[in-house]
Design a protein around this ligand. Sequence first.
Ligand SMILES: [Zn+2]
Length: 175
Amino acid sequence: MLEGHFVLTRGLHSTVYLQCALVLQFPDQAQEFGHAIAENFQDQGVQLVASPAIGGIVIGHEVARALGARFVWTERERGKMTLRRGFTIAPGEKTLVVEDVITTGGSTRDTIAALQEAGADVIGAASIIDRSAGAADVGVSRIALATLAVPSVEPSVCEACQRGEVAIKPGSRKP
Ligand SMILES: [Zn+2]
């Protein structure tokens, strides 16, 4: 969790940025988060875990390992979330969708839609962090290991901008 003045993916500004990659770079910690998510779905017969690339891949893989399930990922092709790389879904395959951080739920919703189109039975969704304060609706039951209310605002009403502070895009060197 970084504090400062950040531009998020959808152009909103926030004083807090959650960079899960910094935790997930340690395999032992990724495995622990994977177990913690998996515990919520232990008795639900999950056969497949699927995650949106890139952010969801490491944690999704760990959840799949903990559940003894298969793991695939989706990626955007001309803006549309798709299953590529020869991944196939068995009809009615019980599937859990896992992401690192849910902000609006958009990536998870798009991943669910791609899987359902391919015939999956999506039984739930999960993330390490929910920064929507529980508000993101993805159409299936959803859990998060931590739920935060992290305000993000339009640049026109951003207090840090009004103080003349330059917002940075996390992960890039340039503002
Ligand atoms: Zn700002």
